[in-house]
Design a protein around this ligand. Structure first.
Ligand code: ASP
Length: 304
């Protein structure tokens, strides 16, 4: 058994193994073959932040594998009564859960959970740190369309400062050989952006010129101290992904968004719903990579 806490901790072979396994699960589910494991386990879904697609896709993934899920949300758990994350995780351990999937607003909280819990922990998004299964689903979607990640030019656009999706994708795509560009307004780029794998720019044309993949990030108003963006209109004028953006990209470029989208802000309707958009595939693939992630974490002796 092992944890899935961050793409940064994985090597290219581990990433490829999880993606191969996701493809096999996808084929099996589509052919209506059984994917139920011999010994179903209890998986806690511990969400201290709002989520629709991530929580539901983990539930779907666990159901395909025959695992039992137990849902906890921050608003209904004893943490509302002042219990610490450490005590909550230990309680789940004593209650006999086999694994927990954790989403939490604090970066690093999943590492703490992994330290306290006896079984595997999967990070479902911890603050602005990482969201590894999002990046794995995105990689599967890119591979479906492009056949390879090696040598692709990928532009990640927007609120990099607050985005765990940007971090996990930057790590994954660069580990698999893509040229990654991170682009956003100066106030929405981390001060240590140059330590992330990828090239950094504040100029949208520089990032998207000839891009094979354009990845939009959500403007994260809930994490944003006021004043980081002059106005939404100004942000949209410079950083919205739209038809004008696509004219600069490679002719067969694809457009991605992790959701939930602020339509008309970081992406316009025509692009979100247009032929270059692979946003629906990202959501579909997220179920299969989460099946693969659960199996990878539960694998005997750490073998994939
Ligand atoms: N759903 C993704 C996440 O939880 C992206 C976002 O919310 O901006 O990180």
């Amino acid at each position: 058994m092992r944890n899935l806490l961050a793409i940064r901790y994985l090597d290219a072979a581990e990433i490829t193994a999880i993606l191969d396994s996701a493809r096999q699960y996808r084929a099996a589910v589509r052919e209506r073959k059984s994917t139920v494991v011999d010994s179903p386990l209890g998986v806690g879904l511990l969400f201290f932040e709002d989520s629709t697609r991530t929580r539901v896709s983990f539930e779907q993934a666990a159901a395909h594998l025959g695992h039992r899920t137990v849902n906890f949300s921050g608003s209904s758990s004893s943490m509302r009564k002042g219990e610490t994350l450490r005590d909550t995780i230990q309680t789940l351990r004593y209650e006999g859960l086999d694994a927990v999937v954790v989403r939490h607003p604090a970066a690093g909280s999943c590492n703490l959970a992994a330290h306290e819990f006896g079984g595997p922990v999967i990070n479902a998004g911890d603050g602005a740190h990482e969201h590894p299964t999002q990046a794995l689903g995105d990689a599967l979607t890119i591979l479906d369309r492009k056949g390879t990640i090696e040598g692709l030019r990928v532009a990640i656009i927007g609120d990099v400062l607050h985005s765990r999706v940007a971090r996990s994708n930057a790590w994954l795509l660069s580990k698999l050989g893509a040229e990654v560009w991170l682009c956003g307004p100066r106030t929405l780029m981390p001060t240590n952006a140059s330590r992330l794998p990828g090239k950094v720019t504040n100029e949208m044309p520089e990032a998207v010129d000839g891009a094979d993949v354009v990845m939009c990030l959500r403007l994260q108003r809930e994490r944003m101290a006021s004043g980081l963006v002059g106005s939404v209109g100004e942000y949209t004028r410079h950083y919205q992904v739209n038809r004008r953006t696509l004219r600069r990209c490679s002719p067969d470029a694809i457009v991605m968004h992790p959701g939930p989208m602020n339509r008309g802000v970081e992406i316009d309707d025509a692009t979100a719903d247009g032929p270059a958009s692979v946003i629906a595939d990202q959501v579909r693939n997220s179920v299969y990579v989460r099946m693969a992630a659960l199996s990878w974490c539960f694998a005997e002796g750490g073998a994939a």
